[in-house]
Design a protein around this ligand. Sequence first.
Ligand SMILES: CC(C)(COP(=O)(O)OP(=O)(O)OC[C@H]1O[C@@H](n2cnc3c(N)ncnc32)[C@H](O)[C@@H]1OP(=O)(O)O)[C@@H](O)C(=O)NCCC(=O)NCCS
Length: 171
Amino acid sequence: MKFITEPLNSSHYRKEFTCGKIILDNYLKNQVSQDIKRKLSACFVLLSDNQVVIGYYTLSNASIQRQILPTEIIKKLPPSYANLPATLLGRLAVDKNYFGKKLGELLLIDALKRSYLVSIESIASMAIIVDPIDDDAANFYKKYGFIELTDSKKMFLPMQTIASLFKDLPL
Ligand SMILES: CC(C)(COP(=O)(O)OP(=O)(O)OC[C@H]1O[C@@H](n2cnc3c(N)ncnc32)[C@H](O)[C@@H]1OP(=O)(O)O)[C@@H](O)C(=O)NCCC(=O)NCCS
């Protein structure tokens, strides 16, 4: 299977999507289209051959308050920035039938790459933020280097780290 994600559209079948977390299933089935219309999030899907959604993630613009970043990062930032531009990877999920096939990892890399490209081509972003729904989700992101923000359960990965991942790859 070639790994390609595309923006969610009405021809994609998502009624049966089950990742084991009801909030993430319901979001894809019932809410995401409204959020897209309202420009609250963009949703990218991975499809099986028959247009069935087997994985998805969402991205939005976001900001991080300066004071919740680790001290070593704050030290390098100009004091005039109270809030820093970031990208929110709001949700990411794989259908249960496809767990353990590296699709979660590939979706995450795809989301990082998409965000990184926007950050170098058009709209600056200094980090990707995630808001894990539980410890299990937090452990997944921890595995890929996401760091907890102080004062919140949110985690982030600096765009400079992401840039170093892609620097030698054709984008
Ligand atoms: C988390 C999730 C996306 C992982 O998808 P997946 O396709 O089964 O995972 P992958 O096959 O890509 O796993 C890649 C690696 O991450 C590890 N991994 C998977 N889920 C993990 C978790 N919850 N915690 C820690 N590591 C995890 C795998 O063991 C694998 O490690 P390896 O490369 O050392 O073998 C999937 O389980 C899911 O959709 N869960 C429900 C939704 C959810 O919790 N989303 C998280 C963010 S909101």
